[in-house]
Design a binder for this molecule. Structure first.
Ligand code: URA
Length: 275
C-alpha cells in the first residue's frame, strides 16, 4: 500500500511539478536517489569521450534535476544589475571559495568559473573541468579545448567572442562523471551565468551537458540536428570535443551541427569545416 505523504512534502512536490509543467515537461520518471548527474547509466569512471554514444537505460525518460530548488533559494546578488560583466562578477563573488559539495575536498585546485565575452551571442557548455582546466582556472584549455577553439574558428568566430562554461565548476577526481548532487549544487550558478549573458544560442557539448541541461535521458542521435528551447534560449547539441579527439570522423557531423547554429546567428558559412 502506498504510504501517506507528509503534507509539506506533498505541497513542495506539487509546486515542483507545476514548475516543470511550465517548462513544458510533463512526464516524470522515478530514479534512484544516489544516481549520477544525468542518469544511472553513466558509470562514474567512464571518460567523457567514451560516454558520448552510450545507449541510455530508459530512452527519452525525462529526469528532473533538483537544481532549481537551490536556484530559487539563492538570493541572486545580480538581480538588480543589468550589465552582464558586473552580474558575472557578482555571481563569481557569490560562489566564493566554494565548499558546497565534496569536490572542494577531493583535490580540486581551483574553481573554473567560465570565460569569454559577457555579452556573447553564443555560449558553449561542457561537462566539468579536467586537469588542465583545474590547473589554469579556465574551461577548455587542454587538448579538447584546442579542438573547441578550432570549432569556434571554423564558425568564423574567436574564442573571445563566445562564452565557455561547464555544468560544474570543479574538477571531479580522475575526471569521473559529476555526481547528481554535485550538479544540483553547482548548476544553479551556471543558470545565473546564462541569465546574465543572455546568449542567443547555447551549444551543449556532449551527452552529460545535454542531458543535464535538457533533463532528458536520450542518446546523442536524438539530441543532434534540432533546436531545443532552454528557458527561452535556443539550445543545440553537438559532440564533446574530447569525443572528437577519439573519433575524428565525427567532425563532419559536428560541422553540420555548427552550421545549424551559424545559420541561426546569421553567420556566413565557409566551405571549410572543423579540423
Ligand atoms: N571537458 C569539459 O567538459 N570541460 C572542460 O572545461 C574541459 C574538458
Amino acid at each position: 500500500m502506498a504510504g501517506v505523504l507528509d503534507p509539506q512534502l506533498k505541497r513542495a512536490l506539487a509546486e515542483r511539478v507545476r514548475y516543470y509543467n511550465e517548462l513544458g515537461i510533463y512526464d516524470f520518471y522515478r530514479r534512484e536517489p544516489a544516481e549520477a548527474c544525468l542518469s544511472a547509466m553513466q558509470d562514474a569512471v567512464i571518460q567523457p569521450e567514451e560516454r558520448e554514444e552510450m545507449t541510455p537505460r530508459a530512452k527519452t525518460a525525462t529526469v528532473v534535476p533538483e537544481t532549481d530548488r537551490l536556484e530559487v533559494a539563492n538570493a541572486r546578488a545580480e538581480s538588480a544589475v543589468t550589465d552582464p560583466t558586473q552580474a558575472l562578477r557578482l555571481i563569481r563573488e557569490d560562489i566564493g571559495d566554494c565548499t558546497r559539495c565534496r569536490l572542494s575536498k577531493q583535490g580540486r585546485k581551483q574553481i573554473v568559473f567560465g570565460v569569454g565575452n559577457p555579452k556573447a551571442e553564443l555560449m558553449f557548455i561542457g561537462e566539468a573541468p579536467g586537469a588542465d582546466e583545474d590547473q589554469q582556472g579556465e574551461p577548455f584549455v587542454g587538448r579538447a579545448g584546442q579542438l573547441l577553439n578550432n570549432m569556434i574558428k571554423a564558425m568564423g568566430l574567436r574564442r573571445e567572442d563566445v562564452y565557455i562554461a561547464n555544468i560544474i565548476k570543479c574538477r571531479p577526481p580522475g575526471n569521473r562523471t559529476p555526481e547528481r548532487d554535485e550538479c544540483e549544487t553547482c548548476s544553479p550558478f551556471l543558470m545565473r551565468q546564462i541569465a546574465a549573458i543572455k546568449p542567443k544560442a547555447i551549444v551543449a557539448l556532449g551527452a552529460v551537458a545535454s542531458k543535464t541541461l535538457l533533463a532528458i535521458n536520450a542518446p546523442m542521435s536524438e539530441f543532434r540536428g534540432r533546436w531545443f528551447d532552454f528557458r527561452g534560449t535556443k539550445l543545440a547539441v553537438t559532440y564533446h570535443p574530447a569525443f572528437l579527439l577519439r573519433d575524428p570522423r565525427q567532425k563532419k557531423e559536428t560541422w553540420k551541427d555548427l552550421q545549424m547554429v551559424m545559420k541561426e546567428l546569421g553567420l556566413a558559412i565557409p566551405a571549410k569545416g572543423v579540423e
